[in-house]
Design a protein around this ligand. Structure first.
Ligand code: DGY
Length: 398
């Protein structure tokens, strides 16, 4: 099943005949799964996932629209950290004792502590800090279902030690986020945000070739940090712009590398030194925190443009400030910050060679609805004791 999703990742490419035959040797149901996949390619992935789950004779019936009749003692207590897409959340409320945080901000820490004490299921956002203390306070917790794909906000080790699966919804936001990352490349290279301000401020007096000179994206070299799902989609967009694409990452990713024809550069500094555009698509963890700092800015081209569409703490923001202020690199464009929401007195906001967005990589309503639908599916499956494939700590099922 995972195999199919990896393919979808690369733009819905079906497996080749050889791959199907190869796969069948180890998985005799693969043919059925592929058929389902083929017929469901235009459906949302949560739906396809449910059909596949069903086919595999799961007992899961909730998302088929049949309201399972749970006995009172089978109903779980659930807390949901935001009232986004209530029509999806209803599916939880119909079967479990559900409390939804109705405000726009994250539930404050004391509220979170109070609410998690009795719950068995939790749906949280990337901005909710579900650390070890929260997990320890939630003594009855059985499932953590994240709305966000990035889960650096969740202490996975603490969850694992309690055998709590941590579930997340990748795939549905891949292309949406890659679109924004590529948009940031274009915005920084062609000064789109500055151009808009230029006109509105009445500075468009005549047509001078000196107004807002940009740099070419086409035929430039694009270096991607992390050739995962989103990174591969950024690479694909780069290829369409005739860019020379390379990547660096903690793990080498042969599938998209071969399929898209991109070069792997195993060492960070040589990788950074050759790129005109550097796009961070890696996930944040202890190893990748402040991956880009003073030493890394020092090896970049003075004409380099840096884009971060992943997590703010991948870049040391002080080093970013110094690099931009001293024109060590040309420009940067970020959708994420070390502290979010970014405080208005953040020195980065004084720089005019920086484009800043408020963490909206996946912010297309249909994409976000799919993310919530998947978070709900996962929670319901998890509470039913079903092994969920998109689990970040599968060892809890051993
Ligand atoms: C994600 O899903 O990780 C996005 O950044 C939204 O939080």
């Amino acid at each position: 099943m995972v195999f199919l999703w990896v393919r979808h990742d690369l733009g819905g490419l079906p497996p080749t005949r050889e791959e199907i035959l190869e796969r069948k040797k180890v998985d005799k149901n693969f043919g059925i799964r592929y058929l389902v996949y083929k017929n469901l390619r235009n459906h949302s992935f949560p739906f396809a996932q449910i059909v596949i789950t069903r086919l595999l004779k799961s007992k899961y019936s909730v998302a088929w629209g049949r309201k399972p009749r749970l006995r009172k003692e089978e109903m779980a207590k659930v807390f949901i950290c935001r009232n986004w897409f209530p029509e999806e959340l209803q599916r939880v409320a119909q079967v479990h004792k559900t409390k939804i945080w109705m405000e726009e901000n994250n539930p404050p820490r004391e509220v979170l502590f109070r609410e998690v004490r009795e719950i068995e299921g939790l749906i949280c956002l990337g901005s909710d800090n579900i650390d070890g203390e929260v997990i320890r306070a939630a003594q009855r917790l059985r499932v953590i279902s994240s709305f966000s794909t990035g889960v650096n906000n969740i202490d996975i080790a603490a969850a694992t030690s309690r055998k709590i699966p941590v579930l997340h919804p990748p795939y549905v936001l891949t292309e949406t986020t890659a679109d924004l990352a590529f948009g940031l490349i274009l915005a920084a290279a062609r000064r789109i945000v500055e151009g808009d301000a230029f006109v509105r401020q009445g500075r468009w007096k005549n047509s001078s070739h000196l107004d807002l000179p940009g740099v070419d994206v086409n035929h430039a070299s694009l270096g991607i940090i992390g050739l995962g799902r989103i990174g591969a989609q950024v690479a694909k967009r780069g290829k369409a712009f005739n860019m020379k694409v390379s990547y660096y990452g903690q793990t080498r990713n042969y599938d998209p590398e071969n399929l898209l024809g991109v070069d792997y550069i195993p060492d960070l500094h040589p990788f950074l030194a050759q790129a005109d555009f550097i796009v961070i698509c890696a996930s944040l963890n202890k190893k990748s925190r402040h991956l880009i700092g003073n030493a890394e800015f020092a090896v970049m081209k003075p004409t380099a443009i840096l884009v971060n569409a992943s997590r703010g703490a991948l870049i040391d923001s002080r080093a970013l400030y110094e690099a931009l202020k001293n024109h060590r690199i040309l420009r940067a464009a970020i959708d994420v910050a070390e502290i979010e929401p970014m405080p208005l007195d953040d020195p980065l906001l004084t720089l005019d060679n920086l484009v800043v967005m408020p963490h909206i990589g996946s912010a297309v309503p249909e994409t976000r609805r799919k993310m919530m639908a998947m978070a709900v599916d996962h929670l319901l499956m998890g509470l039913e004791g079903i092994r969920v494939p998109l689990c970040l700590n599968p060892e809890v099922y051993e």
